[in-house]
Write a protein that binds this ligand. Sequence first.
Ligand SMILES: Cc1cc2nc3c(=O)[nH]c(=O)nc-3n(C[C@H](O)[C@H](O)[C@H](O)COP(=O)(O)OP(=O)(O)OC[C@H]3O[C@@H](n4cnc5c(N)ncnc54)[C@H](O)[C@@H]3O)c2cc1C
Length: 308
Amino acid sequence: MAKTLVFLEHHEDAVQKGALGVLAKFANADGVLVGSGVRSIAESIGRTVWVADDERLAAPLPQPRVDVLAKLVRDEGYDTVLFAQSVLAADVAAGLAARLEAGLNWGLVDFDGEQGRAPALQDTVVVDVGWSSDVRIGVFRAGALDAGDVAGSGEVRDAAVELEDFSSAAEMVEQAHAEQQGPSIEDADVIVAGGRGLGEPEKFALAEELAKALGGAVAATRAVVDAGWYPYSAQVGQTGKTVSPKLYVALGISGAIQHKVGMQGSNTIVAINKDPNAPIFEFADLGVVGDLHEIVPKLTELVRSRKS
Ligand SMILES: Cc1cc2nc3c(=O)[nH]c(=O)nc-3n(C[C@H](O)[C@H](O)[C@H](O)COP(=O)(O)OP(=O)(O)OC[C@H]3O[C@@H](n4cnc5c(N)ncnc54)[C@H](O)[C@@H]3O)c2cc1C
């Protein structure tokens, strides 16, 4: 039976949804929380959680986290370390793989304790992936697992914090938070995504209004992000984020393969496009052929009136 450790990335006082999803999937896995003032977060999780709580770990820098995880793996004999994909997780996982000379599999959607499963060839197939190293490191694809129930039993244990000199050489100079209202696209149950069919950047207000009415978040295609209509953090697709909400409403999006791979895991896809031959209609669950500028304001009104 694999002895599994899950990296619990946190933001302020909460563990990231993706990391909780990984912990929820593996009932026997332990968690590890690294930061400053994080003990109370660990206590709120009903599992055995290692806590490395130290002022030097306050900034979300990868190398000090690699130090903590590498020592835990060696001292406690963990043979599997799992992450939920994020910028920080990617750095920590890669650093840990180098430090432990361990294999690293990326973009996992499943793992049975021995073998993993991951999409390949632009998500056209799902393949088995394995490890030949003693320690297996895996990074789950964003949105691959539901947050689920992590309840179990366990205790909070202190992890030793012994930092290498080179790990402390980098310093976080500044950290800025993007202002955002409502849920992030990774966490949202409903996403309203806008494409070039919106016509101009100001028309993203249509997507924002509909998202607000539905309690969802706004996403975008690369075409509009590249054009500067919407921030990169909202881009869905091959070179953006992978999302899997319950409902994905695509406004003026053609449905290029590079966009599709980032949102095809959505439960229900609704597309509004004036071109009946747009590729998105090939994989949408519900398609509306028409001018979004006429349809979306009415749809938003309808959602609002139904809610009230
Ligand atoms: C290496 C690589 C990586 C890429 N990565 C990504 C990625 O991560 N994410 C991504 O999204 N793309 C990515 N792309 C780009 C991708 O190929 C497409 O160009 C892009 O997704 C198209 O965006 P779009 O649907 O907004 O625009 P378009 O393809 O121009 O589609 C606009 C759609 O709006 C419809 N429309 C126009 N007016 C209206 C109206 N009034 N009412 C209703 N519908 C209307 C049109 O019929 C059309 O279907 C990548 C491309 C490459 C080569």
